[in-house]
Design a protein around this ligand. Structure first.
Ligand code: MG
Length: 259
């Protein structure tokens, strides 16, 4: 087993507008040559990510719905663990957010066609995206929550031990103690207990939804993102020179040099 595991976000890192980029496939090939496993941590659902794992020939655990769930492969399928809260709990917070930004539309409210148009997903992918267990991405009228609104919402959510995150296409309500970082710590504990107590970790992300994932690993890489204005990453992350998938490739090259 490799002495390092790489965790990565999916949208804007490995894929752009829903499709895996050739440069990302090259990077995955580099990791495979070095025997370094890649685990995707995404806001996507289990159904979406199993399909992506098939396409990319990945075989390890899956961190889905922003770390609210982890799936570990077994000889017959996957064991699924709930780390976050149920979708019903999140649904209760929606009216509270609406007091600040007006009517919002969750991914479950969106017709499949509308979701395809908004996110660039195929119909099959959109149906898989709507099959959620522990999270509820949403959009607001006008597309953007202003800084002032964000402050108000954050104050309300803090009382319920939740935070608001922007994931690149949707906003997410994430438990304060949850997020992708929580999923990564769970997976690292699992591997350290089973295989190697000294196993190290790296992570690659491109949005504020990835910060807690980057905080959870030994080698955090932040891919430059043109859309990220607020809450820019801290100096503790290595920020790539390149944007998007080129940045992903650059991060992978640097991780390989760390090993
Ligand atoms: Mg992303």
């Amino acid at each position: 087993m490799s002495s390092i595991i790489v965790f990565s976000d999916y949208d804007g890192t490995i894929a752009e507008n829903g499709s895996v980029q050739p440069k990302a496939k090259e990077a995955l090939q580099l990791l495979r040559k070095c025997g370094i496993p890649l685990i995707i941590a995404s806001s996507k659902t289990f159904d979406e990510l199993t399909e992506i794992y098939r396409e990319l020939h990945l075989h390890g655990p899956i961190i889905f719905e922003n770390g609210s769930g982890v799936a570990v492969p077994t000889t017959t399928g996957y064991d699924v663990y709930q780390l976050g809260v149920s979708i019903d709990e999140i649904q209760k917070l929606i009216p509270l957010v609406e007091t600040v930004v007006g009517k919002i539309q969750t991914i479950l409210d969106m017709e499949v066609d509308r979701l395809c148009e908004y996110s660039g997903l195929t119909r099959k992918q959109a149906i898989a995206a709507k099959n959620r267990k522990f999270s509820l991405p949403f959009i607001v009228k006008g597309g953007i929550i202003t800084r002032k609104q964000n402050e108000k919402i954050s104050a309300i959510l803090a009382r319920h031990k939740f935070t608001l995150r922007w994931g690149g296409k949707f906003y997410h309500l994430v438990p304060t103690q949850g997020g992708k970082g929580n999923g990564i710590r769970w997976v690292m504990n699992f591997f350290r207990l089973q295989k190697d107590a000294l196993l190290r970790s790296a992570a690659i992300g491109n949005s504020e939804n990835d910060f807690d994932m980057l905080d959870a690993v030994d080698y955090p890489f932040f891919i430059k993102n043109k859309r990220l204005h607020a809450n820019s990453p801290t100096a503790t992350y290595t920020v790539t020179r390149e944007f998007d998938v080129e940045g992903f490739y650059e991060a992978v090259e640097k991780i390989i040099m760390c090993v």
